[in-house]
Design a protein around this ligand. Structure first.
Ligand code: GLN
Length: 266
């Protein structure tokens, strides 16, 4: 029996800054190359809570402050409960920049009122105001959770260090939620505490655009494997793909940024 997964893409027209739609394409292609069926549905203002429950994996991208506010006005009630229910049930997800800000308790934009978040991740995000410099540049970070590190390691011969590009004004401060990584280069969550992103059940939150997954294909494979395992109850064996181009790209960036690739072993 051939297997398939359904990707839920959060508010694609409002939340896809800095090429984040590349994350959806990357998961789609890596499934297709392996003969895994894949479909994509938008989870947005036209969706019902049932649509949120129907997906096997959720992808959320970045957004500007104004768009985040529109999304949060819509993502309330039954849809908000469905998002929370899915993540708590272990559905994998990858959330970049603006979308993690909305998964926390709140986001205070540069101007205007606080936007209440879903409270799924125990963290808050605040923009220090329009005069404050944005956190912009390449970001490299090491995975902090030993368990996630060893799971990601199954999908790469190299060290599963994450590389991306960040561009955010908001600063995120973690409360009890675990950080995803420790910053090697760049700002990460707030440029102060050295943490990058958050990790909760099988949801990965990060400031890394890039888009993230083509630059870090092992993360895409981990998400696909978790989605299949959640759906079919059995850990899949994923066929190896030729990632030599991604690997060359990563090595070139590490070199340019002066990062030695063997630094991560929590
Ligand atoms: N609006 C958010 C900020 O500036 C997110 C930006 C983004 O998603 N790139 O912090």
């Amino acid at each position: 029996m051939s297997q398939e997964i359904k990707i839920g893409w959060l508010y694609p027209t409002l939340m896809s800054t800095y090429g984040d739609r590349g994350n959806v394409i990357c998961i789609q292609r890596r499934c297709q190359w392996r003969g895994i069926g894949v479909s994509i549905v938008s989870l947005d203002s036209n969706s019902r809570s049932e649509d949120f429950y129907s997906v096997d994996l959720i992808v959320g991208g970045g957004a500007q402050d104004r768009q985040q506010e529109i999304v949060m006005r819509d993502l309330q009630g039954a849809k908000a409960s469905a998002m929370k229910g899915q993540i708590e049930a272990g559905i994998p997800g990858v959330f970049t920049c603006g979308s993690p800000q909305l998964l926390g308790h709140y986001y205070e934009p540069a101007l205007g009122q606080r936007i209440e978040g879903l409270g799924i991740l125990d963290m808050v995000s605040k923009h220090p105001g329009p005069a404050a410099p944005r956190c912009i540049g390449n970001v490299v970070f090491a995975i902090l959770s030993p368990s996630l590190y060893s799971q990601l390691k199954e999908y790469t011969e190299d060290d599963p260090i994450i590389i991306g590009f960040e561009n955010h004004g908001g600063r995120t401060y973690l409360e009890s939620v675990a950080p995803l990584g420790k910053v090697i280069k760049g700002y990460g969550n707030n440029g102060e505490d050295g943490f990058e992103g958050a990790f909760y059940h099988h949801a990965l939150a990060t400031y890394a655009h890039g888009p993230l997954l083509p630059k870090n294909p092992f993360v895409a494979d981990w998400l696909i494997a978790k989605a299949l395992e959640h759906k079919y109850g059995e850990k899949p064996v994923l066929k190896k793909l030729d990632d030599s181009l991604a690997r060359q790209g990563r090595e070139a960036m590490f070199k340019r940024l002066g990062v030695t690739t063997v630094v991560n072993n929590p």
